[in-house]
Design a protein around this ligand. Structure first.
Ligand code: ADP
Ligand code: MG
Length: 278
């Protein structure tokens, strides 16, 4: 039974896409069948895996708005083994206003994912920076929420709005939804501020805060322009180390085969899998 995770925070630039792409990639590197869903019109998760947005013929836009289009029609293999993608492009910009005119629009993504949910071990949804219809659809479709928070001033600003949205959805549309982890991102170990923010977020969220604190690491910001997850672009970087640990903690990857984990996390076992037809 696949678990659906949604990476959400209505603030932009906090590390949602970086988190979604990299934990999805580590799950796939661990040979666990994974689907990354791009629910953001910016399509950064799509391009981050090396897909060219211009060449996408069917996207999540078609899935959400055309009742005849199925998940299998829109999901494609990524360049990496065990990792599929449901891509997005600018078409999705128009989706919010069109979606809300559909009766029961909040359930649209959940319903469309039902037939394929069990084909994957992990399904990870990357959200846009808003609490509109796309984020609501994602939260209704999900089992667990991952909230990235950037280590900066006003880190918790807007958080009550996000938590109120999550609670409202738990009350009515999706009682199963739970917060999996809060992840502190872009931590700069040289500043006192970053540590203060970590303390503040720990006071607010308690044990929900992940033990893994993602450092500010330039390799993480370079990797998307090569269409590569960090586990491939620079597997020895600090950013890679953090996301590998986060994927193990949040997704529980490799749990059933822990003895094999170190072997299967070797990028040489993984790169080019789908390209080679595997
Ligand atoms: N830990 C990090 N260290 C350095 N740069 C990062 C880190 N995490 C994200 N970035 C960069 O910061 C920008 C915003 O991150 P992104 O994941 O796209 O945020 P969001 O999806 O929330 O808008 C991107 O350019 C990304 O490459
Ligand atoms: Mg993003």
């Amino acid at each position: 039974m696949g678990t659906v995770y949604v990476v959400a925070n209505q603030k932009g630039g906090v590390g949602k896409t970086t988190t979604a792409v990299n934990i999805a990639a580590y799950a796939a590197m661990s040979e666990e069948k994974t689907l990354l869903i791009d629910a953001d019109p910016q399509g950064n998760a799509t391009s981050g895996l090396g897909l060219r947005k211009e060449t996408i013929t069917r996207s999540i836009y078609d899935l959400l708005l055309d009742s005849d289009v199925t998940a299998s029609d829109t999901i494609q293999p990524s360049p990496y083994a065990h990792l599929d993608i449901l891509p997005a492009n600018r078409d999705l910009l128009g989706a919010e206003s069109q979606l809300v005119r559909i009766e029961g629009f909040q359930y649209r993504l959940k319903e469309k994912l039902l037939p394929i949910k069990d084909s994957y071990r992990h399904i990870i949804i990357d959200c846009p920076p808003s609490l509109g219809a796309l984020t609501v659809n994602s939260l209704v479709a999900a089992d667990r929420v991952i909230i990235p928070i950037q280590c900066e001033y006003y880190a918790l600003e807007g958080m009550s709005q996000l938590l109120n949205t999550i609670m409202a959805i738990q009350k009515s549309l999706n009682p199963n939804l739970e917060i999996a982890r809060v992840v502190m991102t872009m931590h700069d170990g040289r500043t006192n501020l970053a540590q203060q923010v970590v303390n503040e977020v720990r006071l607010y969220f308690g044990p929900k805060v992940s033990n893994v604190i993602v450092p500010r690491n330039v390799r993480l910001s370079e990797a998307p322009s090569f269409g590569q997850p960090i586990g491939l672009y620079d597997p020895k970087s600090k950013g890679a180390e953090a996301y590998a640990r986060l994927a193990m903690e949040v997704l529980g990857i490799g749990k059933e085969r822990s003895g094999e984990r170190s072997r299967s996390l070797d990028p040489r076992n993984w790169f080019g899998g789908n390209r080679a037809g595997g």
